[in-house]
Design a protein. Sequence first.
Length: 394
Amino acid sequence: MLNRLSPQAPDKIIGLMQAFRADPRTDKVDLGVGVYRDANGTTPVMQAVKSAEERIWQQQASKGYVGIEGDPAFLEAIAGLTLGEAAPRNRLASVATPGGTGAVRIALDLVRLANPAARVFIPDPSWPNHAAIAGFLGLEQVEYRYYNAADRALDREGLLDDLGRTGPGDVVILHGCCHNPTGADLTPADWQAVAEVLSRTGALPLVDLAYHGLGAGLEPDAEGVRLLAQRLPQMLVAVSCSKNFGLYRDRVGALLALAPDAATQAVARANMSNLNRQTYAFPPDHGARVVTEILGDAKLRADWAAELSAMRSRIETLRGMLAETLQQKSGSDRFAYLAAQQGMFSLIGASDDQVTALRDVHGVYVIGDSRMNLAGLTEALIPRVADAMVAVGL
Ligand code: LMR
C-alpha cells in the first residue's frame, strides 16, 4: 500500500523552515515562517500565559476529556473576543480546533458537506494552505484579485468586481486583518463594500482571523469581521490564538459559524461536532484553557492586552526603521510601503533570483513569493537586511 504513495513536496513556508534549519551558517536570518521575535530574536512565552499556566498547574484536578466541541467557556471567550455583541449567540455555533489551520480545515469540510460543488474564492495572493486544503478536499478554487503589486496596495476595484461574480453556493476566504502575505488590509469602507457585494450575491464569507491584535489593535482588527456578522445572514470565522497569545505549538483555535436562524445553527453545530469527532475526536484543551483563564480574569486580560499591544507597536516600529534605513541606503522612497502596511508580513517584490541571492549570498531567508516576516526582525539586524535588499537590486 505505502509504495503507491506519490512524493509530496512541502509547501513553500514549511520548505523554507526546513532549508533554514539545515543551513549551517550561524549568522543566517529567518524572515520566513510567521512567528514574532523580541529584540533578542526569541519568540517569548507571554507573561499572562505563564501566569495562567501556573494557575492551571495548581488547580487542574483532571485531564479527563472535555466535550467534543471543546470547552464551552473557551468558545464563549473566543466568540466575545472576536465578534463581541455583533453575533446573536442563538445563531452562533462554535467548535474548538487545533489552531487556526484546524478551523480552516473544518470550515472547508463543512462547506463540502453543504455543497460539494461550492467554489472557494481565494485572494490572489493568499496563505498557501488555503488553496492546499481546498484542493485536497476536491473543492473548486477560484482566485480573486486582491493586491496591486505595482502600487503595493489593495486592488479595491478588482476585489469588488471579482467578488461580484460569486454566487449563493460559493465561499469567499477573507483575511480578517494583517493580510498574509501582502500586509495590505481592507479599510472599514472596504469591508462595508464587501458586505454589500456578498449580501447581493449570497456567497458565504470564511474569515481567517489569525493575527487579531497585531494589525491596528484588538478593536480595529475585529471591525471587519464584526461588520460582516452584522450585515450578513451567515458566515464562518476561523480563529487562531497562535500569534496573539504566542501559543504556536499548543495549537489553539476555533471555528465560529453564524447561521441565519437558530434551527440552522443547531444543524450546523451538529455537523461541526461530527467533523471534530471524525478528525481528532476531542480538540486539544491545554492552550484553550490558558486562553480562557486569561480572557476571564480582568488582571490577566489587561496584562495580555498590554503585552500584545507592545508586540504590535514593536512590529510597527521595525517596519518604520527598515523603511527608513532603506530610504537612507537607496536614496529613494520606494520602500515606504513597508511602513504603510501592517501586521507581520509584506511582499518585498523580489524576483526568484533575488530571493535566492538574499538567501544564498546574504543568509536572509524570505518566502519564495518574496514574503518577508517583519516580526522576525530585530533592531540589530535591520542594517544588514537593508544592505542585502539593496545589494540584490530591490
Ligand atoms: C505563516 O504564514 O508563516 C504562519 O501562518 C505559519 C504557517 O503555518 O504557515
